[in-house]
Structures are given as structure tokens and as C-alpha cells.
Design a protein around this ligand. Structure first.
Ligand SMILES: CC(=O)SCCNC(=O)CCNC(=O)[C@H](O)C(C)(C)COP(=O)(O)OP(=O)(O)OC[C@H]1O[C@@H](n2cnc3c(N)ncnc32)[C@H](O)[C@@H]1OP(=O)(O)O
Length: 431
């Protein structure tokens, strides 16, 4: 049986707008290899990536067929087979504070050919994705972004930030705990099912993470066709003292030909379902012989590394940036889906020019942290645009900054007390 999200037709409004501009939007038949290959190649071109090889196209066809795939075609150009606009989307659970899960609409592969940029193609496609998600009854949309200046205009807000680390291994030194488990090399072939289930467990336990498709899970363990350094991938698992798997790290090492002791280790993914696994895997990479520098990206902003090393300045955060962006489409469903760490009541006035989330809502949180949300005519305690609501939705400490910027008006402290969580949200993958 076809999933409802795959059979839902093209959004009428976007189709009309694009046709009025001489373009032809279409849902791509991902079972048709030639059409799908042209779409995949156009997407790669849109991100300035290499033209995918035949092997890469075959792999992507296999792994990405489950996505709702949209192309925008310009039949007036000499080679109209390649779309001039692309987007793909699919439903997945988003972990919210509790931890609990809310159904979300993940949007990816948003590209417009440089030859057709700034003709409002993305402006037709993005609201169409939101209407499609709303029609499916999905209360939240989410994406990871190439640029942080694009999606705010459609009501998205940055909801989880990520950090990049550069560790001088000799300076940092290890003072973290000695862990009771066991490390060993493995291979994607023997570990993939275990790895997938570790990722699922890790991600279900942390607000901001999403449920990963096999494609997204597997690329944390095994390089995709054509990935640079594919032959350098190493995969090490950590099993607890009872022999149960608790995490893994995938990494590459690049040697310095002029100095054997100056190699750089790049962490592809470090996945942990326990604090012991997190510590053991960090220790493993930091204490690697011949490695002077360890680099890791897409970590949480609360990574415990500074407390695990002897010299805090040997483990530097070299970047913190917005990573997960969410868009609330149904305020009661989204806010009721998460848990809250304190009881209370607040009336929110939400401004949403696209209409999905606009209104005034009373959020009442009981002693057990469960919320009830209803439309109300009571006076608002707080007024905010839908993008600001997205930025506080998952518990990030963003209220004060948004209030300072004038984007949250009213009792910001009360909002912060209710929404903020002790552990900030994190998304440790790209989609
Ligand atoms: C979830 C993801 O896939 S993230 C990946 C996003 N894609 C990329 O980065 C690939 C390279 N960029 C592109 O393909 C295109 O520039 C896109 C998709 C970002 C925008 O497509 P376009 O069709 O040119 O955008 P469109 O003409 O609809 O412009 C809409 C608005 O966004 C603005 N805008 C478009 N691109 C950008 C940008 N890169 N940065 C900031 N603003 C932008 C436009 O100025 C316009 O603003 P306005 O509504 O205030 O007038």
C-alpha cells in the first residue's frame, strides 16, 4: 500500500503560481530511473556538488525512493529533462522534551538552478510543503539549512544549535572517568543493524533529534558511493560490561607525511546511548597514538568534553551555529506533544502571516508536566511570531535573546520558565 504522504497530489496553489510563470511542477516518479536520475543530478548541481557517478545514482535511487520528491521543470529550455527546482520531504518522528515524539515533516534538497534563481520558485515550493504537511495532519515541519537567512520568512526558527570541536590531543589530556566496557573494531556489514538501533535509541532520548531513515543512519557508519576518504573510514563499537552495545564512533585519520606524530582524526559520527559510552569513545579518539588533532562537528552545545580533559583550552569549540530549524503548523498539537519541567499557565498570542499557527492559545501545564492547549480570548501574557515560538519549542535557552531583540513581547520570564529545559535540544545529523 502506498503511504498517504507519497500519494498526496501536488499543492494546487503552488502549481498554479508556477504554471503562471511558464514552469511545470511535478511529483517525480522515483520508480522511473531516468527521471529520478535527472532530479538527483539537478539536486547535486544545485548544491555545487560533483555530478553523481552511475554507482552513486543507483545507490541514491535505492535509498531515497521513499521521499516525496518534487521537481519544477522549464520546458522552454533546450534541455528540459533536468528540473530547475527540487525539493523532497518525508514524515519522521521528532524528539521533543520529555523525551516524547511528535510527527514531523522533514524537508530537504531545496535547490533552484542558478539559471533560474530569484524567480520565486522556492517561494512557491516552501509554503506548498507546509500546506502538504498540514493536510497530512503533521503539526511540525523541520529542516537543516545551508544558510540561516533563508527560512525565517516562511515561519521557521532555529530550534537547536550545534558545536564544532578542535582538540589538541596532547594539550587536552584525559581526566574523565575510566569506563567499564570494551572497545573493538567492527565493520558496517556486521554492525549496521546494531548501529541503526543505537542511533534510534540515542535519538529518541534527546529533544531535537529525529528518527533516521536507513539512508541517514547508515551514512554515519559507512561512506556513501563516491564519498571522499571512503577507504579511510574506521568503525569502533563500545559495549558495556554486560556485553550490550552502547555506542560507536566512525572516523578517518589523515597522516602528515612530514611528521608521523601529527595526524588529524576527523570524527564522522560519535553515537552514545550512555554517558559511559560517550566518555569511552571520546577518550579513544583523544588518546589515539600519532594523532595530534581531533576534529568533530554537529555535537550538542552541552558536550561534556571540557570536564573530561585536563586542559579545557586544549578542547576548543571552533564554531557554534544554528542547526535544526522547525516550523510549527498546529500550535495545540505541537505544544501538547512535549513535556514541561514546571507546572504553570500562560496565554500566547502567535503571529503567523501564512495562517497555520496564528491565534491566541492558553497553555496549561499540570504537575506531571503534561500540557493542555486551547484557543482562548483571555488577554495574552506573551506575543511572538511563529518563528520565535519554534526557537523556544524544544527547550533551547533562546527566550532572553529573542526578548532583547524585541521578537518576544510580554512576560518573557514566564515563557522561559515554562519552555526551557535543563538539557538543551540537540540534532547530531544532517538531513
Ligand atoms: C533544507 C535545504 O535544503 S537547505 C538548502 C537551500 N539550498 C541551497 O542553499 C542551494 C543554493 N541556493 C538555491 O538553490 C536557491 O538560492 C534557494 C533555493 C535558496 C532560493 O531559491 P529562489 O527560487 O532563488 O528563491 P526565491 O526567488 O523564491 O526567493 C525567496 C526569497 O528568499 C530570498 N532568498 C533566496 N535565496 C536566498 C539566500 N540564499 N539567502 C538569503 N535570502 C535568499 C529572496 O531574496 C527572496 O526574498 P523576499 O521574499 O524577501 O523577496
Amino acid at each position: 500500500m502506498t503511504e498517504p504522504y507519497l500519494s498526496i497530489p501536488l499543492d494546487d496553489q503552488a502549481a498554479t503560481t508556477l504554471r503562471d510563470s511558464g514552469l511545470r511542477p511535478a511529483i517525480v516518479d522515483t520508480a522511473d530511473d531516468a527521471t529520478f536520475d535527472a532530479w538527483l543530478s539537478a539536486e547535486a548541481r544545485g548544491f555545487h556538488a560533483r555530478q553523481p557517478s552511475a554507482a552513486s545514482l543507483a545507490q541514491q535511487r535505492e535509498l531515497l525512493r521513499h521521499r516525496r520528491t518534487t521537481g519544477v521543470y522549464d520546458d522552454s529550455i533546450p534541455s528540459p529533462v533536468a528540473p530547475v527546482g527540487t525539493v523532497s520531504s518525508w514524515p519522521a518522528p521528532l524528539t521533543v522534551p520529555g523525551p516524547r515524539a511528535v510527527e514531523s515533516w522533514l524537508i530537504s534538497a531545496v535547490t533552484v538552478a542558478p539559471t533560474h534563481r530569484r524567480r520565486r520558485i522556492a517561494s512557491a515550493l516552501l509554503p506548498a510543503e507546509l500546506r502538504t504537511a498540514a493536510a497530512l495532519g503533521i503539526p511540525v515541519a523541520a529542516l537543516t539549512v545551508s544558510e540561516s537567512t533563508i527560512y525565517g520568512r516562511w515561519g521557521f526558527g532555529p530550534s537547536a544549535f550545534s558545536s564544532v570541536w578542535t582538540i589538541d590531543t596532547r594539550r587536552a589530556g584525559w581526566v574523565g572517568p575510566t569506563t567499564p566496557g570494551r572497545l573493538s573494531f567492527t565493520t558496517p556489514a556486521e554492525f549496521v543493524e546494531t548501529g541503526r538501533s543505537l542511533l534510534a535509541r540515542q535519538n529518541a532520548a534527546r529533544a531535537g533529534e529525529v528518527g533516521l531513515s536507513d539512508y541517514l543512519s547508515d551514512r554515519t557508519m559507512t561512506p556513501l558511493e563516491g564519498a571522499p576518504d571512503a577507504d579511510k573510514y574506521r568503525l569502533v563499537r563500545y559495549d558495556g560490561p554486560d556485553g550490550e552495545p552502547e555506542g560507536f564512533v566512525t572516523y578517518t585519520i589523515t597522516e602528515d607525511d612530514s611528521d608521523f606524530t601529527n595526524a588529524t582524526l576527523d570524527v564522522v559520527a560519535l553515537v552514545a546511548t550512555t554517558a559511559a559510552a560517550n566518555a569511552a569513545l571520546w577518550r579513544y579518539v583523544i588518546e589515539m597514538d600519532l594523532v595530534a588533532t581531533v576534529r568533530a562537528h554537529t555535537r550538542g552545545v552541552d558536550e561534556p568534553l571540557p570536564w573530561l580533559v585536563r586542559d579545557i583550552r586544549g578542547a576548543k569549540v571552533t564554531n557554534v551555529q544554528d542547526h535544526l530549524w522547525t516550523r510549527i503548523l498546529d500550535v495545540p498539537a505541537a505544544l501538547e506533544a512535549r513535556a514541561y519541567e514546571t507546572a504553570g499557565s500562560i496565554v500566547l498570542e502567535v503571529d503567523d502571516p501564512l495562517g497555520f499557527a496564528a491565534g491566541r492559545f492558553r497553555l496549561e501545564v499540570g504537575a506531571d508536566g503534561t500540557a493542555r492547549v486551547q484557543e482562548t480570548t483571555d488577554g495574552a501574557d506573551v506575543s511572538l511570531p511563529v518563528g520565535a515560538l519554534a526557537s523556544v519549542y524544544l527547550g533551547a535557552p533562546s527566550v532572553a535573546g529573542l526578548a532583547a531583540a524585541g521578537r518576544i513581547e510580554g512576560d518573557a520570564l514566564a515563557l522561559d520558565r515554562l519552555f526551557r529545559t535543563a538539557v538543551p535540544p540537540r540534532l547530531s545529523s544532517w538531513f
